[in-house]
Design a protein. Sequence first.
Length: 336
Amino acid sequence: MEAPIVVNESSQVAEARRHAVSVGKALGFSEELTGRAALIVTEAATNLLKYGGGGTILTRPYADIDSTGLEILVLDKGPGIADPAASQRDGHSTGGTLGLGLGGIARQSHFHEIYTDEKGTAILARVRSDEPAPAASRPRQWLNVGGLSTPLAGQEACGDAWASRWEAGALWVTMVDGLGHGPQAARAAHEALRVFQAASVTATPSEVLRAAHAALRSTRGAVMAVAVIRPMLGAFTFAGIGNISAQLISPSETRRLPSTDGTVGYSVRSIREQSYTWEPGSMLAMSTDGLSTRWTMAGHPGLQRRHPSLIAGVLHRDFSRSNDDATIVVVKDEQG
């Protein structure tokens, strides 16, 4: 579960900065890297108040195949930025300030992206805990993963969860929605993640779901989906139980992926495992029913070219519902 910090008034800027420092220290960041993260969050939070009408900031660890570090996701529903490129140049300002905010974020980040339109602005910034491996020794990675999971308003525990792992040239991804809300739903989701993480590299998505079905019998149960992508082979396998929404968006078509009826841990009559071709440039998006089933990329031109964490953040901002835990995870193939 992630807990975005709401920034609607000036005292919350300091709260967001303190949280960034805390995450940096937990990651073992040096004073210099922790300072970078604190500056990014401070500038982002200040901009939220000045230009975005308030918003949220999520600061969390990230782990890619070749680097780890701290990720900052900033979301607002303001009027958007008329000229994103100009806004990142020092001295550019539409609010009578020195105009150092977005330029400062860019300088302090090892990686950053902005997506903005009339629905609002989203900023992704990353500070690496270590430099990437030299190109000669670095694994070839074409798949990037990002997601966002939030609890029902007023709840501390989240019944949704997701995870990913690389094994033997394959990317494994799962999404789980424990029935109901609160601690018992979270317990079911965490148990399903434990089964997923412990699964053999030779297992299939349907075998993982069967193992989770056995393990979750002492819980209230969950709906769950498992996907395995083998980019070198151009192969993709998927299986789901219950109302997990999944879309495979390839350069040639968009396909909704079917799940079978049932509840993991209670009633599973059959598991239907499907295999598809994974094309360069494809994208997989999975969401729980905390997001509207009508979510679409169509109203967000250019969003698919962004990092999966930014894509997930924008879709979560625009399509999550206030009456449920809400989770979306995006896998993107960068070969296209």
